[in-house]
Design a protein around this ligand. Sequence first.
Ligand code: AMP
Ligand code: ZN
Ligand code: FE
Ligand code: FE
Length: 280
Amino acid sequence: MRIDPHTHSTASDGTETPAQLMMRARHAALDMVGLTDHDTTAGWSEAAAAVLRTGVGLLRGMEFSARYHGISIHILGLLFDDADADIRQHCRRVRESRVGRARAMVERLAEDVPVSWEDVVAQVSGNATIGRPHIADALVARGVVSSRAEAFDRFLNPRSPYYVPHYAPAATDVIRWVKNAGGETVFAHPRAPGRGRVVPWEAFDELAQAGLFGVEIDHRDNTAESIPQLEQMVRHLHLARFGASDYHGAGKPNRLGERTTSPAVIEALTERCLLEVIHP
Ligand code: AMP
Ligand code: ZN
Ligand code: FE
Ligand code: FE
């Protein structure tokens, strides 16, 4: 069993539709994928409709934007009820804030490079959750940069003068909401310094206390030195070890299935959750 529980589609900042992603998963010889778009579950139904056709099982999830004492972090929520009121309010608030934030970043950028809000909107598919990758795509379309990676390096990273943060709730609240909605949570790419400040080690204790289920140890953005420390931390706190690609389609070099999570961990996850994996 090969399981990749963290991926993105055009419902947020991935470049492939949920149905295309499921077909990719089949070609990557995966048995199960998690669709975890940023702050939306809008891709779930299209992905679910592709399960039989592709023979790939579906873990319904979402990547929550959150913060730990002012540090931006990501929490994967898996197999929760997305009709839950707290979850819906989270999505509404964060997605709204992301629009204002993207507009503010584009205003700053437009003073120095040829880019407009319309250029960015043209990169967003339907009602997708807007993020910096869409601004990156607009800069690529305008010929300002040649890739999303270059756009992040030069203009969009948190140390750039063009960077503006968006609203995100405390991670402990997110963990509580997901549990109340019948799901479980995983701390995504916790040791990825390229994404900004990383949390202190005490954070793992605090998030475990709040009910965190797992930690995404096997992720390409975690530093090599951090892996043994993360392993020790999850053993000590009795958390589950996750691994995933964080696939975004053509937008990033990450290959689907490049990291995976053991079937035993997914089994333990599903035993605790309200929603079931959708099997072919
Ligand atoms: P945002 O949601 O606006 O905070 O943007 C974060 C998203 O940008 C994450 O999903 C990352 O996958 C993506 N991202 C971060 N750094 C890079 C990069 N260097 N190249 C491409 N995508 C990136
Ligand atoms: Zn993303
Ligand atoms: Fe993330
Ligand atoms: Fe992600």
